[in-house]
Design a protein around this ligand. Structure first.
Ligand code: CTP
Ligand code: MG
Length: 236
């Protein structure tokens, strides 16, 4: 069976880690926070469902899916990595799309491009070329004493050429990603994303152009931005 806008078979599952506590946002588990009458999780599920055979969500223990979502759920783990690992064990789909519930605005063309690249390369992620100047803060030990409690100071510049900021969705051959997760457990590695676990095995990960609107809602400022964008996004 073909899916809308892609030639992939329906052996694709969307896996959504949504089991975090949202500590930096400070409003309880972030997946349930509403942006323009829809939860962050609801927006992610609705965006992905048309492109996959099933959507599986990892939730905090004791929580249920918000009503009306086209998904099934499992209990997540103590870290994002553990939640994704549990999601990978909960499906036998040939390909998986991993997407953070905390990124509510997911353009269809990014979903299609990541799926296509995952099928071609085995592993792919949405990412954006870095646009800002990058600088490390000066180590506190090098500051003059008089400035100790003051603002961080400008240290070494990092050239931004060739640097990408990594987003989700990330697409994988499921067995390949499962192998990367098992190796990470064996090696005691904790990563903030899945593509990094594949890359550390020496395998290629394709970088697919993401979208500025795919930002992650992490802080109260991000939530304000998401609430401002929602009416524009919803009237597309
Ligand atoms: N996540 C998860 N299981 C965890 C921790 C995080 O499924 N044990 C999910 C979050 O729900 C989120 C995504 O991973 O969708 C990215 O994590 P992050 O933005 O860090 O969310 P939280 O961990 O909830 O936020 P914070 O770090 O501020 O507590
Ligand atoms: Mg977190």
């Amino acid at each position: 069976m073909s899916l809308p806008g892609t030639n992939l078979p329906s052996t694709v599952a969307a896996l959504i880690p949504a089991a975090g506590s949202g500590s930096r946002l400070g409003q309880g588990p972030k997946a349930y926070v509403e942006v323009g009458a829809l939860s962050l999780l609801g927006r992610s599920v609705a965006a992905l469902a048309p492109y996959v055979g099933e959507v599986i969500v990892a939730l905090p223990a004791g929580m249920e899916l918000p009503p009306g979502l086209n998904a099934r759920c499992i209990v997540g783990g103590p870290t994002r990595q553990a939640s994704v690992h549990a999601l990978l064990e909960a499906t036998d789909a040939r390909f998986v799309l991993i997407h953070d519930a905390a990124r509510p605005f997911l353009p269809p063309e990014v979903i299609r491009a990541v799926l296509d690249a995952a099928q071609q390369y085995g592993a792919a992620t949405a990412a954006l070329p870095v646009a800002d100047t990058l600088v490390a803060q000066q180590p506190d030990a090098q500051k003059p004493d008089a400035q100790q409690p003051d603002a961080p100071l400008w240290g070494a510049l990092t050239p931004r050429e060739g640097l990408w900021a990594v987003q989700t969705p990330q697409g994988f051959d499921r067995e390949l990603l499962l192998r990367a997760h098992r190796q990470a457990v064996q090696d005691g590695i904790q990563a903030t994303d899945d593509a990094g676990l594949v890359a550390r095995l020496g395998l290629s990960v394709a970088l697919v152009p993401g979208d500025a609107r795919l930002f992650k809602v992490t802080t109260p400022g991000d939530l304000a931005l998401a609430r401002a964008l929602a009416p524009v996004w919803d009237s597309r």
